[in-house]
Write a protein that binds this ligand. Sequence first.
Ligand code: ANZ
Ligand code: ZN
Length: 839
Amino acid sequence: MGKKGKQLQGMAKGYDFKEIEEKWQLCWEERKQFRVTEDPSRPKYYLLEMYPYPSGRIHMGHVRNYSIGDVVARYKRMRGYNVLHPMGWDAFGLPAENAAIENNIHPAIWTEDNIRYMRKQLKRMGFSYDWDRETASCYRDYYKWNQWFFLKMYERGLAYKRASSVNWCDSCQTVLANEQVEGGLCWRCETPVRQKQLEQWFLRITHYAEELLAGLDKLPGWPERVKVMQRNWIGKSVGVEVRFPLASGDASIPAFTTRVDTLFGATFILLSPEHPMVQKVSEETPQAQSISLFLERMSRADKISRTALDAEKEGCFTGSYAINPATGEKIPIWVANYVLLEYGTGAVMAVPAHDQRDLEFARKYDLPIRVVVKGLDGGPGEETSAEAYVEEGLLINSGRFNGLPSDRAREAIAKHLEGNDNGKRQVAFRFRDWGISRQRYWGTPIPIIYCDRCGTVPVPYQDLPVVLPSDVQIVGKGESPLGKVDGFVQSGCPKCSAPARRETDTMDTFVDSSWYFLRFLSPHNDLVPVEEDAARYWMPVDQYIGGIEHAVMHLLYARFFTKFLHDLNLIQVDEPFTNLLTQGMVIKDGSKMSKSKGNVVDPNELLERYGADTARLFSLFASPPEKDLDWSDQGVEGSFRFLNRIWRMVETYQPSSRSVDGEPHLEELTVGKDLFRCVHQTIKKVTEDIEDKFHFNTAISALMELVNEVSQFDLSGTEAERNERDRVLKKALETVLLLLSPFSPHICEELWRRMGHPRSVFEEPWPVYDERAIAEEVALIVVQINGRVRHRLYLAASSTEEEIKGTVLSDDRVKSLLSGQEVKRIVLVPNKLVNIVLR
Ligand code: ANZ
Ligand code: ZN
């Protein structure tokens, strides 16, 4: 603490950033400079950064994320795009409720206070948002549409309720998604997670499984690793569902396998402890007692550690048998800890010779092991070893399928099973439907009413929104807080008007963030969630920027919602984000900045001491956006010094007495060519670095080099030379300001005006470079016509004879001199002279 206090104290010496930044923020705001509307005459660019949770104050991660986005937004505007750059608040969620419990403050007030404070902070950073589009997901005109989408899904069978075992945190008293369980612990409070059965609402994201997979192939602008994570999460497997009749003959157990080629080696069946058949196959057997003890124990174990690859395999015999449809043998049915109810059919045909987990299980309980695949090159033979042979190979011990390679055997056995009605080809997905029920207050009420007579009744559309009541006691214990608000729970049945009960669960807040990018397009329209014309114009998001921690859930849910809204004909696109940038973390002293590590730098301190322009510049300069950013006090100090240097340079710049208006041209220059070349090289470099994957750090380096050149520039000479040099210098200074303006907007805006420009620097076009000026070596070509010197041209020294002739003949001046006369021949002295001989 003491260290931090010493380093970030008082105001740094230098230009008066405070006054300048306030001045321009106010000006931009009053002029509503970044407000946009649909304009078909201009190309659109939708730039979006992940909207923040209003936790209280912004952190360095926000500063970085939003600085990256703001460079792109300002740059694209200067390139002539109509840029939509909105900001809002992911305002529902648990911390508001925790604050309510701890500090006895209402979540709505806590959230509103936080939003007010963080909005001020973002404005102090000078981000160029269209603030007129600001919205927050806790507003009823926002969450009304969550409810509307839910009802649309419900009508189509895409929202449904079922009992399911959920991850439960006793401390947060809430259901956790699998992804919110880290190593068996709650991601927020690190309490061990346990399993609990609850009636839950689900969204049928699996309905879109194939589309969500296929869509990834149409997203070249996404990082490969994010696509890989999504593919793995979806987890598509192609296999066969094999039917194993019970030996008792009165039912059968389907089991999903990707290795039906090993069917002859299936020597026992495994059921998940939660499998509905367990009861039936174990009752009235001598094992009934031990099975119920085993199930009891399993219900207390958490699923994640139970099914971990290295977890001890545990099981219990049910006392019943099934028939292997390939061999006709009776094989025992066991219950095993590592079989999941939710995957495939919740039952496994165990092939211990070729599956490592089954092998460990068979060894432990002394169950038969039969090798049915051997390596192509002979490989392991009939003997089993410590390791299961999991590779493909040639079939043995498999009756008439012997000798077939695994892939062909899978085909043949699948066909055979299908012919006898003993199985069917199946595709299984590892990911599950999205459980959205939360037993929480601060979220979107699920618009459902339960009536004793009519059952589950959706709230009619005209009754939306189901408003979250504000008079609520939040104690953090027991059932959903809404359940205790009588005025909310008691309601009339929309169908029969009898007294009925409202659903008291609220929605997962990931529902809010699954479509907020659409709400920004028409945030104040109360009749539709998103206006069709606005969506047609703005969608898809051209560039999305956010943290890698959202690679799976948020981005998958947003893609799911987009596909659903596309199918509702609300929007044309079926993928929301064309390009995705996942920025790295902010690191200090070797670990991620976090409260628990005590290595947090508060952006406020940075703003106080150095100002927004320095904070932005540092976070962009310190590393490329996708990499982690290592915090360094010297780096901040260096960025500040750089801005001060520019400040002094422009402030001390005195235009020479003669007018220096107009762009200098390469052709006319006799002095100052090196700086002129450097200016154009820098334009090229900065432009390409921004365009090409946002290499802001190298762009800023190039600007620093240009500033160096400027500071060493010699203005002496004859009056004519001084004037010429002065024009180059002015061009250089202006270019620095234009190129730097997306990074450090306030200082550039101020200096731009001080140089005498009436317009905002952000209304200027982005500078373009002259291809000839950046060629490393430039040659002066004297153009003669019939032996008389008529013109001079600069050309890249590396130009070929053909290029030189082409450039000379297409030069406007030369063309007018020739005025259509026929050229007899051209005499060329490379890099020196072109003589055009006319007839
Ligand atoms: C027999 C077999 C033999 C299998 C063999 C594998 C190797 P992927 O590829 O991830 O889709 N399985 C099926 N349902 C399961 C469940 N509910 N819980 C745990 N395991 C389950 O995995 C498919 C394989 O996982 C299936 O293929 C099945 O084991 C197992 F040499 O069937 B296999
Ligand atoms: Zn009713």
